[in-house]
Each structure stands twice: as C-alpha cells, then as structure tokens.
Design a protein around this ligand. Structure first.
Ligand code: HEC
Ligand code: HEC
Length: 210
C-alpha cells in the first residue's frame, strides 16, 4: 500500500467514517501480511508457538541472530548433517534466499525466550560446576568462557541457557559421534571429552537457565 493510498484513505475517512475505511485498508494490507505470517508459520508449526521449541525442534526465540543465520546457511550447504537436520531442516531452508533468512533470524532473535525447565533438577549443581569451570583433569573447557556467565551467548556463539534437555543432550552426543554443524567450530573438540553423565548434568542445568 502506497503513502498516496493511505493519504487518500484518511481523506475518505473524514467523509464516510472510520470503521468502513479501516476495513477497506485491512483488505488492502491483507495479502502482504498474510505472506509474512505464512513465512513465519512455515517455521513455527515445527518450532512451536512463539518459537519456544516443540518436540525435537529447538527454541529459536531469543537466539543470537548471527548464529541463526549461520545455521540456516549450514542447513542449506548440508554442512549441518545430523539425522534430524537432514530430515527436517535441509528441505525447510532449501528455498530461503539469504535476505529472507536474515529477516527470519532477526524476527526470532527478538522474541523473549522461555526456559524449557525439563532437565533433572538434581543435576543442576553438577552441571553448573562443569559449565563454569570445565573439567581440567579431563581437558574439558569451561563453557562459560565462550557462552558467557548466564549462557546467553555472544555474537555468533549461541545462547544455550534454557534450551530443552533432549536437544542439548543430542547436540553434545552428536558432536562426539562426528556429526558437524558449522565449519571450524570448536564444539566437536569440546564435546569429544564429555562422558554421558557429564552431558546429562550439563543438559539438565542448561534447561533451567533463564
Ligand atoms: C518439519 C519441521 C521443521 C520445520 C518446518 C522447520 N524446522 Fe527448523 N528445525 C527442526 C528440527 C527438528 C531442528 C533440530 C535439528 C537438530 O536436531 O540438529 C531444527 C533446527 C533449526 C535451527 C537450528 C537451531 C539451533 O539452535 O541450532 C534453525 C536456525 C532453524 N531450525 C530454523 C528454522 C526456520 C527459519 C524455519 C522456517 C523457514 C524452520 N526452521 C522450519 C524442524 C523444523
Ligand atoms: C571455544 C568456545 C566454546 C566453548 C569452550 C564451548 N562452546 Fe559451545 N559453541 C561454541 C560455538 C562457536 C557454537 C556454535 C557451533 C556452530 O556454529 O555450529 C557452540 C554451540 C553449542 C551448542 C549448540 C546450541 C544450539 O542451539 O544448537 C551447545 C548445546 C553448546 N555449544 C554447549 C556447550 C557446552 C555445554 C560447553 C562446555 C562443556 C561448550 N559449549 C563450550 C563455542 C564454544
């Protein structure tokens, strides 16, 4: 809808009343909004209402925009190659051009994230200790050093606080099994030294971080 049309709308509004013109304007804007809405719904029918995550699809709300954009590129290039990525995401981004990917990343990043709260609460203390200090004797780096004190991420390093237990657990296991997600990321090396009990504790702790 062009400015001249809006101006004409106001003009007419003065004459025939607000409600009728408002209806006419909504009818004009309608198709454009439906397109944007449909685009986001292509994602949220898997990623959940307000993109807070649902089943195996992770939360996108509040994630770092540069990280989201980078992962969409990795799905497109087939660099992120674990089974769920292949099954669900390769197709979902196949037709997204870079500017649509950037817009979607900015849109999801701006939604306030809610924590999944679905880990084992008894493991919070253990998970937090590994997160903050790493395990020096096993050569495990502190997660805090890269992901930040509250697991909020920075620049292209993702927010991991509040992500769902099963998602974080699978990610850490899959890096250890040799799957990739981006080129030259440190996570395969970080995850290789983590045992199952440590992964469980980390994924539990992170699920409760607000
Ligand atoms: C059919 C279901 C489905 C649809 C549709 C879908 N996704 Fe996904 N998405 C997934 C799953 C499942 C994963 C997790 C992959 C994994 O386990 O590594 C994922 C992962 C992602 C990730 C990585 C998140 C992270 O924290 O690393 C991004 C980014 C993403 N999706 C964006 C989108 C966008 C944008 C759309 C819409 C254009 C979309 N998805 C549509 C199922 C879907
Ligand atoms: C040297 C920096 C660094 C350290 C140390 C580090 N990470 Fe990461 N982490 C990253 C980067 C960079 C990514 C993004 C990977 C990509 O682009 O695929 C990431 C991704 C992740 C993800 C995926 C998030 C998502 O949305 O899919 C999880 C989970 C994660 N890290 C957990 C951890 C845990 C737990 C630790 C500590 C044991 C840790 N990281 C230590 C840099 C680091």
């Amino acid at each position: 809808m062009r400015v001249s049309q809006i101006a004409r709308g106001w003009d007419v509004m003065k004459r025939i009343g607000f409600r009728i013109v408002l209806l006419a304007m909504v009818a004009c804007i309608g198709p454009a909004m439906a397109w944007d809405g449909a685009n986001v719904r292509n994602c949220t029918w898997c990623h959940g209402t307000s993109a807070q995550g649902y089943m195996v699809a992770p939360r996108l709300a509040g994630q770092r925009p540069t990280y989201l954009e980078g992962q969409m590129r990795s799905f497109r290039d087939h660099t992120r190659d674990n089974p769920f990525s292949k099954q669900y995401m390769w197709g979902a981004v196949a037709a997204l051009d870079p500017s649509a990917a950037r817009d979607l990343a900015a849109y999801f990043a701006a939604i306030p994230p809610r924590p999944a709260n679905d880990g084992d609460a008894n493991l919070i203390a253990k998970g937090k200790a590994i997160y903050m200090e790493g395990i020096p004797e096993a050569n495990v780096a502190s997660c805090y050093a890269c992901h930040g004190p509250n697991a909020e991420g920075i620049r292209e390093i993702p927010r991991v606080g509040g992500l769902a237990y099963f998602y974080v657990k699978a990610r850490l296991e899959q890096w250890g099994e040799g799957y990739h997600s981006g080129i030259g990321t440190p996570m395969p090396v970080v995850a290789r030294s983590l045992g199952p009990a440590e992964i469980e504790a980390l994924a539990s702790y992170l699920s409760f971080v607000k």
